[in-house]
Design a protein around this ligand. Structure first.
Ligand code: NDP
Length: 307
């Protein structure tokens, strides 16, 4: 259980902390391990650089209707940076003064930095995904045949990252065809010469590439009762499976991958690397320097917590 209290907007009304404050906003937020990761990294930085001695990361329970008010109050109270998690990433996209060029095609932001003109939005999830896939599976998205599962916010970020890094091909499966169609239409202008196609997870086409990297960006697997997002055995022997879910650490999809002898990894390293990149945006300290501390803190926090 984390020692970081869950704060609300009423705590902001009376906020008078003098140091550099950072926050994560979500609904629900009580299971977030981001405060444990960031405060461990900040404590490490403070030991070698007094500039970080008064930096601290807080978590706020903010329902969606309260997000605009919360972002205004956080600026008034002098917060330097904000992370956004479910369900705020897309909502915040239209509520910031400026969006970083790399985040614009994603349509969602997970990191905000205070600038004179207002909040500037970034999205570090794609960086986190690419870094985790490289670290855990030894794969580079560049040149990879990717089979992506899901069409929600995380899948959108993953698809944009795959295209921007020059994957060889991208095939996307989603339970609800209408949501898949919207994503495919949004990706079309980014694809260039990269072949992008959609399919039903219930009926994978026979001509999908063999030895592909399968990325699960659905939330199927968070609960024991969830169905598998796809039958891995129906694909042409996938080379590796990356599941963005990290709690539980082994989803049914990853268990099947293990039984099939396919390389696999869960989403914990993605969480760590997107966090380290956010801290880089706020502090200027390269993500590679804080990621190991964040990884250790995340592992420790997951002893009892979830997402
Ligand atoms: P969204 O709610 O935006 O999207 C959910 C997606 O999952 C949709 O494609 C939805 O399909 C699909 N889905 C939901 N339930 C099922 C089911 N029972 N069977 C098949 N498909 C299903 O969520 P996000 O995109 O924000 O998050 C997706 C997952 O990624 C979550 O588990 C989240 O925890 C994880 N994540 C991990 C991160 C990390 O750092 N490791 C970062 C961000 C996300 P449909 O369109 O049919 O509803």
């Amino acid at each position: 259980m984390s020692a970081d209290p869950v704060l609300t907007l009423s705590d902001l009304a009376t906020w008078s902390r003098p140091g550099t404050s950072l926050a994560v906003l979500g609904h629900p937020i009580k299971h977030s391990i981001s405060p444990a990761m960031h405060n461990a990294a900040l404590a490490g930085l403070a030991r070698r650089d007094p500039r970080f001695a008064d930096w601290r990361y807080f978590r706020f329970e903010v329902p969606p209707d309260d997000l605009p008010g919360a972002l205004g109050l956080l600026r008034e109270r002098g917060f330097h940076g904000v992370n956004l998690t479910v369900p705020h990433k897309i909502l915040a996209f239209g509520r910031v003064a400026e969006v970083d060029a790399a985040a614009r095609p994603v349509g969602a932001v997970n990191t905000l930095r205070a600038e004179p003109e207002g909040w500037r939005g970034f999205n570090t999830d794609g960086y986190g995904l690419a870094a985790a896939i490289r670290e855990n599976l030894g794969w580079d998205l560049r040149g990879a045949d990717v089979i992506l599962l899901g069409a929600g916010g995380a899948a959108r970020g993953a698809a944009v990252e795959c295209l921007q890094r020059g994957c060889a091909s991208l095939a996307i499966a989603n339970r609800t065809p209408e949501n898949l169609a919207v994503l495919l239409a949004d990706l079309a202008p980014l694809a260039g010469a990269i072949p992008v196609r959609g399919f039903s997870p219930a009926a994978p086409p026979a001509d999908l590439p063999a030895h592909a990297l399968v990325i699960n960006a659905t939330s199927a697997g968070l609960r024991d009762s969830d169905p598998l997002p796809i039958d891995l055995a129906a694909l042409h022997r996938p080379a590796a499976v990356f599941d963005m879910i990290y709690n539980p650490p082994e989803t049914p999809l990853l268990a099947v991958a293990g039984r099939l002898g396919v390389a696999r990894a869960n989403g914990l390293a993605m969480l760590v690397h997107q966090g380290a990149k956010a801290l880089e945006i706020w502090s200027g300290v390269p993500a590679a320097e804080t990621a190991p501390t964040m990884a250790a803190a995340a592992q420790a926090a997951l002893g009892g917590a979830g997402r």
